[in-house]
Design a protein around this ligand. Structure first.
Ligand code: CTP
Length: 319
């Protein structure tokens, strides 16, 4: 099979804009936030017109076979093959089939989480989503420990685990994978070229050490569909971040969605410096034109939804 990622998204004309009007200077109120169930249901319904997160969260085994050629979503002229290992780790049914949770937390990776004491709050949710294998153990007081689903961009293997150059890095990576026992590991393997080997290394470790994770590989249409949904809400996002993808998908499985660690700004509201990531020394890239993301725009959108009670953004401390 030759899969064309551009064969996507039926754009529906009658989706009403949600969160279309924002005021970025307004302070996020946290004390008098109340959940707007009606709006949250409406958002779920509208998102379902573009994608079905239960299905699009992963390509399933029955739809591909080893050797099949896939065009990368962003680098459409480049292709990759479905390896034997990847095929073995494709789920046979959606890892989120029939799942519904009352309260979910999505944890972004901003340094705003440091000294937040939000760990226990985050862990009190019924389902916790994290991004890019961000470490938890050393930061549990602020970020919690619980993980039900975690994403892993292939670049993480290089950025956080030194491309597994030594036995030590391989062990560290393996330990991180083993600590995810029972969770979903969501690997966007077909977004951008260049990560093929890194994905393969991860899959080999999972298989050879029988790591107890449920792997998922997002569908080729997911990105276009998410972009399409936000576009009809007048939010033009070039390349949605992992955090926004997770929020968009979580609307399908969660009633109340709480976001932590979303703060794409170099200073907090009091003017104190904020690290880009709570766990490393990476610098802000979103200001450079080479960054594919528009995080501040995403943040304004999420803030507007917070003010309307559709989701809750936690940007302060939790004590
Ligand atoms: N995030 C944020 N503010 C930051 C850093 C991250 O709001 N200072 C959110 C973004 O939604 C981001 C998510 O947290 O997608 C996870 O962070 P990270 O792992 O840094 O994602 P990136 O690697 O920056 O981007 P990508 O979405 O491409 O994975």
């Amino acid at each position: 099979a030759h899969v064309d990622p551009t064969a996507v998204t039926r754009v529906s004309k009658d989706v009403k804009p949600v969160g279309a009007s924002y005021n970025h200077t307004a302070k996020l109120s946290s004390n008098n936030w109340t959940f707007n169930k009606t709006l949250s249901n409406l958002i779920r319904k509208n998102i379902l017109r573009f994608l079905d997160p239960e299905r699009d969260i992963s390509i399933l085994k029955g739809t591909l076979k080893p050797g099949d050629i896939i065009h990368y979503v962003f680098d459409r002229h480049s292709t990759t093959n479905i390896s034997e290992n990847l095929y073995r780790l494709l789920p046979t049914v959606s890892p989120m089939k029939n799942q519904h949770h009352k309260r979910c937390a999505i944890v972004g990776n901003s340094g705003i989480l440091l000294n937040s004491s939000c760990g226990p709050d985050i862990d009190s949710h019924d389902f916790v989503i994290r991004c890019n294998l961000a470490p938890v153990d050393e930061f549990s007081q602020d970020v919690g420990r619980r993980t039900n689903l975690v994403t892993m961009n292939p670049s993480v293997v290089q950025r956080a685990f030194q491309d597994l150059v030594s036995e030590e890095w391989r062990d560290r990576f393996l330990q991180r994978l083993q600590s995810l026992s029972g969770s979903v590991l969501w690997i966007p393997a077909f977004m951008a070229k260049g990560g093929e080997e890194r994905v393969e290394w991860a899959l080999r470790l999972i298989l050879s050490h029988t790591v107890d994770v449920r792997t998922a590989f997002p569908s080729l249409r997911l990105l276009h569909a998410v972009r399409g949904y936000w576009l009809t809400n007048h939010v033009h996002i070039k390349r949605p971040t992992t955090g926004l993808l997770m929020y968009t998908m979580a609307t399908r499985f969660c009633d109340e969605i709480h976001l932590y660690g979303f703060w794409p700004f170099s200073h907090d509201p009091q003017g104190k410096p904020v690290k880009y990531h709570y766990y490393d020394t990476l610098k802000y890239e979103y200001t450079s034109s080479s960054s594919p993301h528009t995080m501040p725009l995403e943040f304004r959108t999420l803030s507007a939804l917070h003010r309307q009670g559709a989701l809750r953004l936690h940007t302060g401390t939790c004590d």
